[in-house]
Design a protein around this ligand. Structure first.
Ligand code: ATP
Length: 202
């Protein structure tokens, strides 16, 4: 299996932006936990069957796909249901990410996991790369991207791991704050480093 770099960061830190740059400039394969999380509940999957068996067909949209809004509402104020869902999905997501990582053809892969720290998925990666930004930048970027209020962003921030918790497990850090938007030089330097490591790992 290729060298795996776990890429994480808080809301609107720039994970997708960074991953896209690695892919566009250096053809690095990406496995994204958010994408995988949707794939494991796509139509016809065992994941979706388990969800309909548990919540009933009312959890589906008219076209037979998962009604995410309805599911979010069902688990929002109900910890038992939330735990049930997490117990179902987390192993499915982990398994699919592992399968996808086995298909990687680039010298190393980026495993993008927004909740890497929260879900303790560090062990899935050989190294951890954290996209670090200050809170004010996160708030401004989320507000303009998602059209949400400052209060809503602050609530999300307080539900996520702190900047310090993420930095504590980082092997490498990309700074993506307002004053330091020069992402490509940082990415190029890391790319060289990861290539060198992947060569010694062979
Ligand atoms: P989430 O986990 O919340 O989906 P993310 O960490 O993947 O977010 P992005 O979607 O890459 O973050 O970036 C969040 C927003 O900030 C986007 O609108 C993006 O265009 C913008 N952004 C990211 N990096 C920069 C930058 N260096 N300069 C300006 N805008 C940026």
């Amino acid at each position: 299996m290729a060298l795996i770099i776990g890429l994480t960061g808080g809301i609107a830190s720039g994970k997708t932006t960074v991953a896209n740059l690695f892919h566009q400039h250096f053809a690095i394969d990406i496995v994204d936990a958010d994408v995988v999380a949707r794939e494991v509940v796509a139509q016809g999957t065992p994941g979706l069957h388990a969800i309909t068996a548990h919540f009933g067909d009312a959890i589906l949209l008219a076209d037979g796909t998962l009604n995410r809004t309805a599911l979010r509402e069902r688990i929002f104020a109900d910890n038992d249901e939330k735990n049930w869902l997490n117990h179902l999905l987390h192993p499915l997501i982990r398994e699919k990410m592992t399968q996808d990582l086995r298909q990687v053809r680039s010298p190393y892969a980026l495993l993008v996991v927004p909740l890497l720290v929260e879900n303790q998925l560090q062990s899935m990666a050989d190294r951890i790369l954290v996209v670090d930004v200050d809170e004010a930048t996160q708030i401004a970027r989320t507000m303009s991207r998602d059209h949400v209020s400052e209060q809503q962003v602050k609530a999300i921030l307080s539900s996520q791991a702190s900047r310090e918790q993420r930095l504590a497990i980082a092997d490498d850090v990309i700074k993506n704050n307002a004053e330091n938007q020069k992402l490509l030089p940082q990415i190029t330097e890391l790319h060289q480093k990861y290539l060198a490591i992947s060569r010694t790992n062979l």
